[in-house]
Design a protein around this ligand. Structure first.
Ligand code: HEC
Length: 154
């Protein structure tokens, strides 16, 4: 009995600390996905600075760290942050178009393309090949844009 009580209390504490553990509020979903995209954007920027613009000297370890962060975020199950109630026709402070839920095949396609290219970015970054990384950076960027063009309001 006592043991169960302690366990339950522990689970409740975990649920309060980590929103994903329980049903997340729409506000939390929006905040978390916006933060995830900002974080990926920051890491994409690091890659761009080194392999596209050449403003920063190429550093293979930094490129691998950036690509790992992007791939990990892409693979973290971002779909859980997309409930129909979190689209801009029902919620505030978001640019998610309701079309995301009206065109589930398209949403799956753009999401799947993005995850695939993000995983490839991680593989390419691990090789330290600067030119291959530049071209894979562009491939990932295209998948970001494809989703924005379809499902993000201006
Ligand atoms: C599956 C679709 C999808 C993919 C893939 C995607 N995005 Fe987005 N992105 C969105 C949506 C939808 C929003 C708006 C989120 C909101 O306002 O709730 C957004 C918002 C953003 C924002 C603004 C975040 C904020 O603070 O409001 C940035 C920056 C961004 N994305 C960058 C990226 C980058 C970089 C990639 C690729 C590495 C990417 N996105 C991939 C759908 C996507």
């Amino acid at each position: 009995m006592r043991k169960t009580g302690v366990l339950t209390a522990g689970l409740l504490a975990a649920a309060m600390t980590f929103p994903a553990f329980a049903q997340m509020s729409v506000e939390d979903q929006i905040e978390a996905r916006q933060a995830a995209y900002q974080f990926m954007s920051w890491n994409m920027g690091k890659i761009k600075a080194q392999v596209i613009d050449g403003e920063v000297a190429f550093n293979a370890d930094q490129m691998m760290a950036a690509a790992n962060a992007i791939a990990a975020t892409a693979n973290s199950g971002l779909g859980a942050l997309y409930s129909p109630e979190s689209a801009m026709d029902q919620a505030d402070d978001t640019r998610l178009k309701p079309e995301f839920f009206e065109q589930p095949e398209k949403a799956r396609e753009v999401g799947g393309n993005f995850v695939r290219e993000a995983n490839k970015l991680q593989e390419v970054a691990a090789t330290g090949d600067q030119e291959a990384l530049a071209s894979q950076f562009a491939a990932v960027g295209k998948t970001c844009k494809a989703c924005h063009d379809n499902f993000r309001a201006d």
